[in-house]
Design a protein. Sequence first.
Lengths: 112, 115
Amino acid sequence: DAGVTQSPTHLIKTRGQHVTLRCSPISGHKSVSWYQQVLGQGPQFIFQYYEKEERGRGNFPDRFSARQFPNYSSELNVNALLLGDSALYLCASSLGPGNEQYFGPGTRLTVT
Amino acid sequence: QQQVKQSPQSLIVQKGGISIINCAYENTAFDYFPWYQQFPGKGPALLIAIRPDVSEKKEGRFTISFNKSAKQFSLHIMDSQPGDSATYFCAATSLLSGSARQLTFGSGTQLTVLP
């Protein structure tokens, strides 16, 4: 079975630009969560979606937004990129919002 | 705001030795405590997890010890192997809303097992 997939693998953007990251969950999983992992730190929770609805949001500014589609895939959008947004963005999927989360390989975002 | 404190930051162990990583938490709302293993360029992978009503859980060479009163838990890796060299994260989950749960991670421990 395919695991969680994320695209793109790597991305380089300039300050002030916008970025969209994509995630496809494990087949049968209906919940997707997004995490930001800055180099040398543990992942930090950004969002959780279930059945296309936001179920939780971490302490991130409104520049961060997400959505989930009818096929349970998800997008994370970040506007007005800052240098500090450079990180590995991880997507995790789970059967439901309270179940074990399985992580994808992440998208490495570099903001210059 | 770091709600799960993890130590040590790095750990070097000889092959066959025991690796011990410690975590502590303050939030009594945490109700599930997983450990993740992350290799370079990969996402975290669930290793083993424990609920607070259990004091110890063992899976193969990996054991979690949990002390609810002290709000501490630890991962023991017995007979450590070079292939165990990775970054290990402790984590804790708390309820968001309904049945949604949030994972809060520690800062990670980089384990190196020398051959």
